[in-house]
Design a protein around this ligand. Sequence first.
Ligand SMILES: NC(=O)c1ccc[n+]([C@@H]2O[C@H](COP(=O)([O-])OP(=O)(O)OC[C@H]3O[C@@H](n4cnc5c(N)ncnc54)[C@H](O)[C@@H]3O)[C@@H](O)[C@H]2O)c1
Length: 373
Amino acid sequence: MTNIMSHAGMHPVITGKEALNAFGTFLNDNKDKYSRIFVLCDENTIGKCFPVIQHFFAEAVHKIVIPAGERNKNIHSCVRVWEHMHQSGGDRNSLLINLGGGMITDLGGFAAATYLRGIKYLNIPTSLLGMVDASTGGKTGIDLGSYKNTIGTFTFPEIVFIDPLFLDTLPYRYLKDGIAEMLKHGLISSANLWTTLASEIKSNSATEISSLLKEKIILLLDESIRIKATVTSIDPFEKGIRKILNFGHTIGHAIETYSLRHNTDPLSHGEAVAAGMICETFLSGKLSGLSAMEQEEITSAISSFYPWCKMPEDSFHDILQLTRFDKKAENGKNHFTLLNKIGEAVTDRDCSSGLILESLSFYNNVYSLSPHS
Ligand SMILES: NC(=O)c1ccc[n+]([C@@H]2O[C@H](COP(=O)([O-])OP(=O)(O)OC[C@H]3O[C@@H](n4cnc5c(N)ncnc54)[C@H](O)[C@@H]3O)[C@@H](O)[C@H]2O)c1
């Protein structure tokens, strides 16, 4: 079945098992509109995902391949994309198709938004995180060194096609990353989504692939995508309600940046966000009235499923400093999105340095005391 989500002011999102056929129809219907079509992949999605869509292109398409991973979401990869388009005659009527996870849709969206002052692009997300979060809503960007998403634009894709078949080749570590953003969607806006997902992850081993879990997740995809689409259509430029999507991300991004700098195998985005959500659940108990029972429910579900990213005590001050570089910070002050109950978030909460440090200690204690550590 194919679902079309189209909220006022937002780009359309086509989801479901027929989404790729809808992509084929889109290409056919628009074949005279674009002078050149480029497909951006990383070194994994070119082999795992491009063959799935190749037959939709009547003529040879321009493929651009960049190295995979967050460390390559930078200006150098972006220059490669710009140069390739330039050398292949890309003009203002060109279309860029981003085929990959959130790293590709973020970077490709940014490259398109800035090439010749902006060309059209569309997204075909291939990771779960890309499907439920990164590919929709129009935030594009690259990292500045290890500072996450510091350079970027709000530029909306023409359309997004989301087909779960790409999840067949996605490594389990990255499937879990997407589940972290789905858990966040539940926590900020749907107690029902949270409860269903939390019971699924609690009954799954943290290290083994479960095809059953994947099937259950696919059933929940649309609800998660709809939460993101609804919020971003009301507030596309993050002046108000869109900030609720940042739950877990102020501390999560700081932990991710710290790990990109210090670890040879850095944490993935979802792992850092999972850690950030535990810290910010603690802050929600202190600052926004989240009950002790719900704090325990959230903390135990997340810590049973995600590995311990142990943070040495001497890293705490660096991580605290990194939260000050968060894009939501103003005059060096953080504005946190916190929970007042499961399914409901509040934005713009100030938080002292002392409490942020306490939340990091709390995180380490949760794991050191749990049977999974
Ligand atoms: N723009 C937004 O609103 C937004 C929201 C959330 C996250 N993000 C960004 O998204 C990024 C994380 O996204 P991600 O987790 O998709 O990372 P990613 O794009 O790096 O993908 C993770 C890994 O999976 C591989 N991969 C992707 N699809 C595959 C498939 N079908 N089969 C096999 N391998 C596949 C990739 O090559 C990569 O190695 C971060 O940069 C984060 O900042 C953006």
